[in-house]
Ligand binder design. Structure first.
Ligand SMILES: C[S@@+](CC[C@H](N)C(=O)[O-])C[C@H]1O[C@@H](n2cnc3c(N)ncnc32)[C@H](O)[C@@H]1O
Length: 260
């Protein structure tokens, strides 16, 4: 692969720069998940040995990142990617025993209550977590006083009605699950189970998103009907940060729930 290395190692993400670019591209399922993981890690606290759930981990790149960077133990959990496939990738990364691959649906998780010291979810939580009741379910698995953190594609602000004109020709129905930091703050706050520390926005996130999609789209055989990198890059570039980017939400499970 002939990748323009200077492009794929932006100064903004120094930890991610330590990982092999081909590995990132081969296992990419959308936006660069190491960059999103690094952004999330800046707002969360990790200590070696902590038990961490990586929910919707895809091909477990974020799990490898958190395990390597912070020495945590990870349950890499996903629906679409088989656990056996992730086991192989985890072994190749030399992290067998530190990362456990789990195949599970986000509403039927095979864990004990109060098991995790942290929960992370990268480019996945918006597939299931916009349900009003989901936070109440997922936080059961988190110890009280510990953090849940999410980074997903999102909107600068909610639309009043339809998406703006310049986005309409490339708009898919399921983009309805993209939301703003203010929306996420309210969505989590009203459940009364967490204290929200951060609900913010990755600065220039759209540029990183478009850049990664361009890099992937230039690799032979990487663009596909499911992962239409070039199409999505054009969509994000046309918007130029007016609406699209990445939202980050981090909260701590309350010592006592606010409501019954
Ligand atoms: C766009 S991919 C991102 C994967 C990975 N986090 C990454 O960024 O490379 C979304 C992931 O969410 C997972 N996902 C979606 N719905 C899910 C559900 N109901 N339960 C568990 N995982 C789910 C899929 O299996 C998929 O791997």
């Amino acid at each position: 692969m002939d990748v323009r290395l200077e492009l794929v190692k932006p100064d903004r993400f120094p930890r991610s720069a330590g990982y092999h670019v081909n590995w990132m591209i081969e296992n990419s399922m959308g936006p660069n998940v190491l960059w999103l993981s690094e952004f999330l890690s800046e707002a969360m606290e990790f200590k070696p040995g902590m038990k961490v759930l990586d929910l919707g981990c895809g091909k477990a790149l974020s799990s490898v990142f958190f395990a390597r960077e912070f020495g945590v133990e990870i349950w890499a959990t996903d629906l679409w990617i088989a656990a056996e496939e992730n086991e192989r990738r985890i072994q190749e990364a030399g992290l067998a025993g530190q990362i456990h691959a789990v195949g599970a649906e986000a509403h039927a998780l095979p864990f004990e209550q109060d098991f995790f010291d942290a929960i992370v979810s990268l480019d996945a939580y918006h597939y299931f977590g916009t349900d009003d009741l989901y936070l109440g379910y997922i936080t059961k698995f988190l110890k009280r006083g510990r953090q849940i953190g999410v980074v997903s594609p999102g909107l600068v602000r909610e639309f009043e009605g339809d998406p703006p004109e310049h986005l309409q020709s490339g708009w898919y129905w399921d983009f309805a699950s993209l939301h703003s930091p203010a929306w996420w703050r309210r969505h989590w706050d009203r459940v009364g189970k967490v204290n929200i520390e951060v609900a913010d926005w990755l600065e220039d996130g759209w540029k990183h998103w478009a850049l990664w999609n361009r890099v992937c789209s230039e690799q032979p055989g990487v663009d596909s009907p499911e992962l239409a990198y070039a199409e999505e890059a054009a969509f994000v570039e046309a918007d130029a940060g007016r609406n699209l980017g990445f939202v980050r939400v981090v909260a701590t499970r309350r010592e006592q729930d606010r409501w019954l």
